[in-house]
Design a protein around this ligand. Sequence first.
Ligand code: PAF
Length: 279
Amino acid sequence: MLEIKTINELIAFCENVKKEGKTKGLLPTMGALHEGHLSLLQRAKTENDVVICSIFVNPVQFNNREDLEKYPRDLEKDLHILEENGCDVAFTPSEEEVYAIEPAEKYDFGKLEQVMEGVARPGHFNGVATIVKRLFDWTQADRAYFGEKDYQQVIIIKDLVRQFAIPTKIVVCPVFRDADGLATSSRNQRLSAEKRSIAPKIHQILLKSASFTDTLSLSQIKNFVINEFKMYKDFELEYFEIVDDQSLQPVLNKDSNGIVGCVAVWLDGVRLIDIQRYY
Ligand code: PAF
């Protein structure tokens, strides 16, 4: 596996891949790689000639200093995992390299960013769009791979691609879960063993709520989920919203084509998110 640290080297490499008539798949990550990332990597490998995985803990998408400082980092381990799993290129730039040009970009995602994560984490999606747009520009990837757990992020990145007519195809992969149902996330590593054993409740509550779609209204389902989280004192619910799966606006009746529940919950000082499809 090739490790690239500079933007110029990345651009030159990607231009060569293109000249050779080969396709490129991009897997943007912030490292602390887990099985979820590996499922995206495997998909990218089957669909592209060359797969590039970027590892960069992007400071401008963190609105909370402590969250940035505590974000798990282990580059050597990540490089080993990527090599073992057949990744072609790891792009591991420094902050000075990525933001040698000041991150002054201002994106506007309208209503898509005025709900859920956009409200809870002001500036977060501008920071995500800043790094993702730069990665798309540098790599000119044919496809880029994202997990559906970060549901709002996926919709916003699709909007970014639409707004700037970026030719990269966004490939969305299903939530990858540990055997006990907890959605894989780099932040899971920060849970104590005791709290890690409670964390699968998040998926269990959402799954149970989905069993009521024929019998309860959406507002009753919403109340059910909120009350369930209240019963477990270890959880501090930040939000639970039932939204249209394209507009991300809250829905109260079942007319929308696709409806998804999105949750953000604190456990053990760690912020976890998950989703549940209802329709
Ligand atoms: O989902 C993530 O890990 C990050 O938001 C991303 C897309 C790599 C941008 O930093």
